[in-house]
Design a protein around this ligand. Structure first.
Ligand SMILES: NC(=O)c1ccc[n+]([C@@H]2O[C@H](COP(=O)([O-])OP(=O)(O)OC[C@H]3O[C@@H](n4cnc5c(N)ncnc54)[C@H](O)[C@@H]3O)[C@@H](O)[C@H]2O)c1
Length: 318
């Protein structure tokens, strides 16, 4: 089964050509799917695409909160990398980030304006834009960067809606720029070990995978000083469902050759009520006015469970 998956190379059809996914659904839903698929015309198959190599990669980093500095740490000693620009609307974070480059050859320009990320994308001496802002900003930044000829490394999730996902796919295909979603969990030792075992056939034919990112963000999300403008908590209030599926889904997708032989066909998802966040916001608000607006919100459920079916009839639970 695994040999068949690799050999089939169906990645192209996952980007809009195929109609088989719609045929297995019923009635109105199938008609809607067919209509949606018709509007998406694949220009180019980015799967396996390799842009010409660059002797030097000139990098800009958008967002230097928690995550941006981790990229600085990793990139600063890689031969052939030059960190050219850093951008954050909080000057203190920007200067802390730049301080990590003291004693190195990197001397990035600093940008603090709310829209300065556009100026960076429009510079002609940058090759790669690393997007480490809050995730609801990722797509607009990545699309602008690709439209100005830059490759993009986007933190997870790369997009927040299906429409944004299509914007990324279509822009990458049109501009032939790499858009890599930086799903680091695919490259952690345990996950790589599991992938290696799967490829060596230790698990036989993999027809189901169970994955998760079981984490409580209660401490982080209610911290007043961790995330800029409490953006994570605000997303938990503004949306429902699994907001952060890629740490689990990334590694099992590599094992199951998703977009390289198989693809997600459809999913069903259900979430619990919120049993913790509003109550906690109210407890905090009783002692600290800062939390009063958060005490009035309704929040996404504590647990969310999604079952995905692939075109090859396999299943994944997230
Ligand atoms: N892969 C992982 O393991 C991992 C771990 C942590 C975070 N992340 C992802 O990284 C991203 C950033 O998360 P974080 O924890 O660093 O959040 P954060 O709030 O610490 O950092 C985000 C930064 O973006 C800045 N910002 C906001 N608006 C901006 C704008 N218009 N222009 C420039 N900068 C702007 C904020 O000032 C802040 O410093 C998120 O998408 C998150 O999901 C991934």
């Amino acid at each position: 089964m695994k040999t068949g998956l690799v050999g089939l190379g169906l990645a192209g059809s996952s980007l809009g050509q195929g109609s088989s996914s719609a045929e297995s659904l019923d009635g109105a839903a199938a008609a809607e799917d067919r209509q949606a698929e018709k509007t998406r015309v694949q220009r180019f198959n980015m799967s396996g695409f390799a842009a010409p190599p660059l002797a030097k990669v000139r990098v800009a980093i958008l967002g230097t909160g928690q995550r941006g500095p981790a990229y600085i740490h990793n990139l600063r000693n890689i031969e052939g990398v030059e960190i050219k620009a850093l951008c954050d609307i909080r000057p203190e974070k920007l200067h802390q980030a730049k301080a990590r480059l003291a004693g190195t050859s990197h001397d990035p320009d600093l940008y603090t304006g709310e829209e300065d990320w556009k100026k960076i994308c429009e510079r002609d001496d940058i090759d790669l834009v690393v997007v480490t802002t809050p995730w609801y900003m990722h797509t607009k930044m990545s699309v602008h960067a690709m439209n100005h000829g830059k490759h993009v490394a986007s933190e997870v999730p790369a997009a927040g809606t299906i429409d944004e996902c299509w914007q990324l796919v279509e822009t990458a295909e049109r501009t032939r720029r790499h858009l890599m979603m930086m799903e680091n969990y695919c490259y952690l030792p345990f996950q790589l070990l599991t992938l290696n075992m799967a490829r060596q056939g230790v698990f036989g034919d993999v027809f189901h995978a169970d994955c998760a990112y079981n984490t409580s963000k209660m401490g982080n999300n209610f911290s007043k000083n961790l995330y800029w403008n409490m953006w994570w908590l605000r997303q938990y209030a503004a949306r429902r469902g699994n907001l952060y599926p890629t740490h689990g889904l990334g590694p099992v997708s590599t094992i199951m050759n998703i977009n390289r032989g198989d693809k997600f066909e459809y999913l069903v998802s259900v979430d619990s009520d919120d049993f913790m966040m509003r109550a906690h916001a109210r407890e905090l608000a009783a002692k600290d006015d800062f939390f009063k607006p958060f005490a009035e919100e309704t929040y996404r459920g504590c647990m969310s469970v999604t079952t995905i079916r692939t075109t090859m009839g396999r299943t994944i639970t997230v």
